[in-house]
Design a protein around this ligand. Structure first.
Ligand code: MRU
Length: 362
């Protein structure tokens, strides 16, 4: 398939390789990264050639399928050991977004289920090859389900956007951050497709500029009205009554409703609360982690200080200055008006709604 046909697809399988749109060079360059090995996939996740919680989950699922596809293992039990190691390696690349470990866990479960099934009479193709095929099917299913969940989030969330509303979003929780369509951008896209006039303020999202480079580009492609702002302008706009609601994505939602998302999200939630502006979180069920009770337990990824001291590859701070780079923060559930999942809109108390959401999951 040509690059043009693939341009909005985040991740796909191509004949024994995991392919990605390189999100480090968008929007001015369209480059496809072709991952041939587990290490290639891990590096693509670590260096954020692919990023966004659901997208790294889908990529890691294909990474597990890739391991099985190229494995020289002589038995399924040896292959299972390789998959366990691959999961640990992939999970370690980015610790905050739970979708990564969720997807590798699901792949491992699929492998175990295959191994536990009676082997039958056919020995051809070898069971390791059959297992590899089974895992590829599972990775395709994870991708397809993610896309469907994003569309459902759009259906449930669109009505929360006020008529002629001005929506603020942070980071990129669009098609590029998922299998397609997005999470925070899904209600916006759906409202727009219903012909409802709306306008989006896009936080540039320092230091990686997911807002300026990716969200602004996606909204432009979709023909949705937008204004790009630097992160420190949100308070001013809220004070002037120019923002009607905030919608962000999530990297992990824990049992009490606390949410980890891109650094700067908490600041926006505090500002929204102070100005009595609704603050919405949109995420698929794969982002919900009921094993953690509160946001204090969420591991926060620390990234290289050089991503802060440099802008577009150019050093902007004094040589040798110390810089901090927590890549995510945690927004307490008390600052969140509602959580939009593919199953509907969850309102406080979140602990009950989230448990019910997970219980209903097929
Ligand atoms: O560091 P990133 O770009 O992977 O962070 C992405 C975010 O914080 C998104 O808001 C989140 O993953 C939700 S994406 C649908």
């Amino acid at each position: 398939m040509s690059l043009q046909e693939q341009e909005l697809q985040t991740v796909w399988w191509d004949n024994g390789a995991v392919c990605l749109i390189d999100q480090r060079v968008l929007p001015h360059q369209r480059q496809v990264v072709s991952c041939q090995t587990l290490n290639d996939v891990a590096q693509a996740i670590k260096t954020m050639q692919v990023r966004g919680a659901p997208a790294i989950g889908c990529t890691a699922a294909y990474g597990m399928a890739l391991v099985a596809h190229h494995s020289q293992a002589s038995t399924v039990s040896i292959l299972l050991d390789e998959l366990v190691q691959a999961k640990a390696y992939l999970d370690a690349q980015r610790p905050t977004a739970v979708n990564l470990a969720w997807a590798t866990e699901r792949m491992l479960r699929c492998a175990h289920q295959y191994v536990e099934r009676p082997s039958g009479v056919t020995t051809e193709p070898p069971r390791t090859v059959q297992l590899a095929a089974c895992l590829l099917t599972e990775a395709h299913a994870i991708l397809a389900e993610d896309l469907a969940m994003c569309h459902a989030i759009g259906d449930h969330g669109a009505s929360l956007i006020p008529e002629r509303g001005h929506v603020l979003t942070h980071c990129n929780a669009g098609g590029l951050a998922t299998a397609g369509y997005g999470t925070a951008l899904a209600p916006i896209r759906t409202a727009h497709s219903q012909g409802r006039p709306l306008h989006v303020y896009v936080d540039e999202t320092r230091p990686f500029l997911q807002g300026a480079r990716l969200t602004a580009w996606e909204l432009q492609q979709a023909g949705i009205a937008q204004t790009l702002i630097t992160d420190n302008m949100a308070g001013y706009l809220m004070q002037r009554g120019e923002i009607d609601c905030v919608i962000v994505g999530a990297d992990r939602i824990v049992a009490n409703g606390d949410v980890a998302n891109k650094i700067g999200t908490y600041t926006l939630a505090v500002l929204a609360h102070a100005h009595q502006i609704p603050f919405y979180v949109a995420a698929p069920s794969s982002t919900i982690d009921l094993t953690l009770a509160t946001g204090d337990e969420i591991p926060i990824e620390e990234r290289a200080a050089s991503e802060v001291t440099h802008f577009a590859g150019q050093l902007v701070a004094p040589v040798g200055v110390a810089a901090a780079h927590p890549a995510f923060d945690v927004t307490p559930h008390t600052l969140i008006s509602a959580i939009i999942t593919e199953q509907g809109v969850i309102t406080p108390p979140f602990a009950i709604g989230l448990r019910e959401n997970v219980r209903r999951k097929p």
